[in-house]
Design a binder for this molecule. Structure first.
Ligand SMILES: [Ca+2]
Ligand SMILES: [Ca+2]
Length: 280
């Protein structure tokens, strides 16, 4: 259920890829309400966060898309839900200034309230899990100069990995858990992709030119894809630079990898769609 875990990806591929590849992967899901993030469970269930109206509380929700493409509301009454990730069957949601835990349909609670953060969050954005059940969440701050990346341990305790005291931290957005102790992170203000050591907070620049960098995906083969929300591109990192894979998306947000590893799932925020892009 983690965004990257070779073993679960393999299991999911063996169990579900046949049915999945013949169903929703060929389509674009339309009529979504300002979709921001997407995650796919091993059984092919897909969840999309819908901000609906920005800065309007109570109108956000999570939609469920079945492996056959049937769309329904899974959890409602959220504020501006963005990043999504899963630990087991539970869904974790970065909802503006707090983290929510969805245990089943229409059943959610506040997992980490605003007051549990060392600094008041302004714009919680992406969220990822590691194999130990820790969560990592980005706060994009005012989207130009500040923000932070936090770790949330299995007991819900929040600690800082990096914050605005570092000049590189302008508006952390997309995250990807990598290896045993690293995050990939793209900054929405600078368009720079970093690798971050979770223990030390050391940031290493990997590549530049991602514009309004939003979501990150790393494939089984190690290829890194990033969405550029501001300029409508899906890009990949190559020799320190962003290279265009495909353009023309109207604000592509937090992308994910399908469980079969063959497609990018792209919430296209201003178009209100979830697009599927086959990877070569
Ligand atoms: Ca809203
Ligand atoms: Ca995002």
């Amino acid at each position: 259920m983690y965004k990257i875990n070779p073993f679960t990806l393999l299991c999911a591929f063996l169990l579900t890829s046949h049915a999945y590849a013949k169903s929703i992967s060929a389509e674009s899901i339309t009529g979504l309400l300002t979709p921001e993030s997407v995650v796919q469970a091993n059984n092919g269930d897909t969840f999309v966060s819908e901000i609906n109206v920005f800065n309007t509380d109570g109108d956000g929700q999570i939609k469920h898309i079945s492996p056959t493409g049937k769309v329904s509301v899974y959890a409602r009454d959220m504020d501006d839900p963005k990043g999504l990730t899963m630990i087991g069957n539970k869904l974790y949601v970065a909802d503006k200034n707090r983290i929510l835990e969805v245990t089943s349909k229409n059943n959610w609670r506040v997992y980490v309230p605003e007051t549990a953060f060392p600094f008041t969050p302004q714009f919680l954005n992406d969220i990822v899990a590691d194999q130990y059940g820790n969560l990592y969440v980005s706060d994009s701050g005012d989207l130009t100069s500040g923000g932070a990346i936090y770790k949330i341990d299995q007991t819900g305790v929040v600690s800082v990995i990096v914050d605005r005291s570092r000049p590189e931290v302008l508006a952390p957005n997309g995250l990807w858990f990598e290896g045993r102790n690293q995050l990939l992170s793209v900054d929405f203000a600078s368009g720079i992709l970093y690798r971050i050591n979770i223990s030390t907070g050391k940031m290493t620049q990997l590549a530049t030119g991602f514009g309004g960098g939003d979501g990150i995906v790393k494939t089984k083969k190690g290829k890194i894809y990033v969405s550029d929300w501001k300029n409508g591109y899906i890009l990949h990192a190559s020799a320190g630079k962003a290279r265009i894979v495909k353009g023309g998306f109207n604000s592509p947000a937090d992308i994910a990898l399908s469980v079969d590893g063959d497609h990018l799932l792209i919430p296209v925020m201003k178009a209100g769609t979830l697009d599927f892009m086959k990877l070569k």
